[in-house]
Design a protein around this ligand. Structure first.
Ligand code: SAM
Ligand code: SF4
Length: 330
């Protein structure tokens, strides 16, 4: 595997790319979307071939890890074809983030198509609360999906929970017991101020990772895990379980100094930081140079100079980034 040719002004090496494959979704989670969303017209969205071309060129530049995300990746028609194609690029790690709604029938085909790992969002184990948070989701479908994923033999499965005060914070012990029972990792995420929402006040809803950890420690010892994911999550282990418990804390712990990742939106905008607007239009380069990849690679290399040193999320709930998470590719 070639060493990454992508280094930024602060000496950080970028070897991890998150590709958004759609801005659409079958859920409308309250922290991610407005209830009434307008989605992108088709011609603005990269084709599957264009997404694969972006992926291939990142791999040529030394990328070792790709995560497909969205929106909900599974609502993109022919997603399996894209997974099959990227699965041939020899990645060290190939993952997808999903809401799990279609996993009961998609888990095995995804695994067979070459996907290594899955992150599945799960914010509540209560059918009514799950419905309130996702607005349209059915908990039973996601639970069936988690079981199907376990049976499909992925290298790793992790649950992702966005914790909101007064919404699902009282379910933290139950979610931990669920993850222990199913033998899957779980990460708790602080809500980020991406996109303007009116449904709740993010400042009031913020439940910090320290608070979540204190709740878990009432029942379980949490020992910091020695391995480093290189990412924003801090991992812990419990003495009597093989699972890892992660905390993603954009507010309370700044993780920018070790950031190794960039994102590409489904419009082909290369985003250098989740918490900043810096971006480069790859779609223009892709469509302007349909055969030769040299310009695309050079544009990606040059874009590294734009990667900012850090993000500046504030915890008062103010929106600093107007993009919704479904546009960004969480
Ligand atoms: N639809 C898939 C899903 O829900 O897993 C993939 C896309 S979703 C945007 C990726 C992750 O971002 C999910 O785990 C979701 O919970 C998280 N997310 C969305 N909006 C967020 C926000 N404002 N703050 C923190 N996490 C957020
Ligand atoms: Fe859809 Fe995922 Fe956003 Fe929820 S978090 S609305 S499932 S994209």
């Amino acid at each position: 595997m070639p060493k990454s040719k992508l280094t930024d002004r602060f000496g950080r090496t970028v070897n991890y790319v998150r590709l958004s494959v759609t801005d659409r979704c079958d859920f409308r989670c309250v922290y991610c979307m407005a209830e009434d969303m307008t989605f992108l017209p088709r011609q603005q969205v990269l084709t599957l071939e264009e997404i694969a071309r972006v992926a291939r060129n990142f791999v040529d530049l030394g990328t070792e890890k790709i995560r497909l995300t969205g929106g909900e990746p599974m609502v993109r028609k022919d997603i399996l074809e894209l997974v099959r194609e990227i699965g041939t690029y020899g990645l060290r790690d190939f993952a997808m983030t999903t809401n799990g709604s279609q996993l009961s029938h998609m888990a095995e085909p995804l695994r067979k198509a070459g996907l290594h790992r899955l992150n599945i969002s799960l914010d509540s184990l209560d059918e009514d609360k799950f419905r309130t948070i996702t607005r349209t989701g059915r908990l039973s479908h996601v639970l069936d999906g988690i079981d199907a994923a376990r049976e499909a033999g992925f290298r790793g499965i992790k649950l992702n929970t966005v914790v909101m005060k007064g919404r699902n914070d009282e379910e933290i012990p139950e979610l931990i017991e669920f993850a222990r029972r199913k033998q899957v990792d779980i990460s708790f995420i602080e809500e980020m101020p991406l996109g303007e929402i009116s449904e709740h006040d993010r400042g009031l809803a913020l439940c910090t990772s320290d608070e979540v950890r204190d709740i878990i420690r009432k029942r379980h010892d949490l020992v910091p895990a020695t391995e480093d994911s290189g990412g924003p999550a801090r991992y812990y282990r419990m003495p009597d379980s093989p699972i890892r418990v992660g905390f993603i804390s954009p507010h309370s712990h700044n993780f920018c100094s070790t950031c190794n990742r960039v994102r590409v939106t489904v419009e082909g905008r290369l985003l250098l930081c989740l918490g900043n607007e810096h971006s480069v239009d790859l779609r223009r380069v892709l469509r302007g140079n349909p055969v030769n990849d040299e310009k695309l690679r050079q544009t990606i290399i040059n874009a590294m100079d734009l990667k900012p040193e850090r993000h500046h999320f504030s915890s008062d709930g103010d929106v600093q980034i107007l993009r919704f998470m479904n546009m960004t590719g969480g």
